[in-house]
Design a protein around this ligand. Structure first.
Ligand SMILES: [Fe+2]
Ligand SMILES: [Fe+2]
Length: 191
């Protein structure tokens, strides 16, 4: 049996005309990274970019609303929003990471346009109900957009789907918490 010639390091020497297999990595032939899934990949990237901006706008709104409100009863709301800021920022980072994994580019700030009209500072900073309703609205918007991503990814990109399902659970939790806050005011006829 012929022994392959070795170089100084002891590794088999590459023979001329025989390219090293490692220099031509192959593209996955299955899954969302495969060539024939390019169109779906583009659509998912677009939805993820929207989700990314939604999260970042939520971060802005929650920072403001975790500081602006006045009053004893505002305290609970402020603390809750303060905790959510890190979670929403984490969501934005997850969306950004996934955009890159799908060969997309995380958009720059000039592509951003604000949409959360309902989470602007109220006229009176003691208007906690305005903040609670705004948060519920923001969480509802996220839940609806993420439901669309989850549907689209079904059988197409289970990795993105899995990630968005986990994020979706966080948003449902946030929404439910603020719905509970609102109930208290509704029971008193103040909302
Ligand atoms: Fe979020
Ligand atoms: Fe949320």
């Amino acid at each position: 049996m012929a022994v392959a010639p070795r170089d100084a390091t002891g590794l088999p020497r590459a023979r001329p005309g025989q390219p090293n297999a490692m220099t031509t990595p192959s593209t996955p032939t299955a899954g969302i990274l495969s060539e024939d899934r390019g169109e779906e990949r583009e659509q998912i990237i677009e939805m993820l970019q929207k989700a990314y901006f939604m999260e970042l706008e939520t971060v802005m709104s929650y920072v403001a609303n975790s500081i602006n409100p006045d009053g004893v009863r505002a305290q609970e709301i402020k603390e809750s929003l303060e905790e959510d800021i890190q979670e929403e920022l984490g969501h934005a980072q997850q969306f950004a990471q996934r955009i890159k994994e799908l060969y997309g580019v995380v958009p720059g700030s000039l592509d951003f346009s604000a949409e959360q009209s309902y989470l602007q500072p109220p006229t009176e900073q003691t208007d906690v109900v305005h903040v609670i309703k705004g948060v519920i609205e923001a969480e509802t918007g996220a839940i609806e957009h993420y439901a669309r991503i989850i549907d689209f990814c079904d059988g197409v990109d289970l990795v993105t789907q899995d990630m968005v399902i986990a994020i979706q659970r966080d948003e449902e939790g946030h929404r439910r918490l603020f719905e509970g806050f609102l109930r208290e005011y509704q029971a008193e006829g103040k909302a």
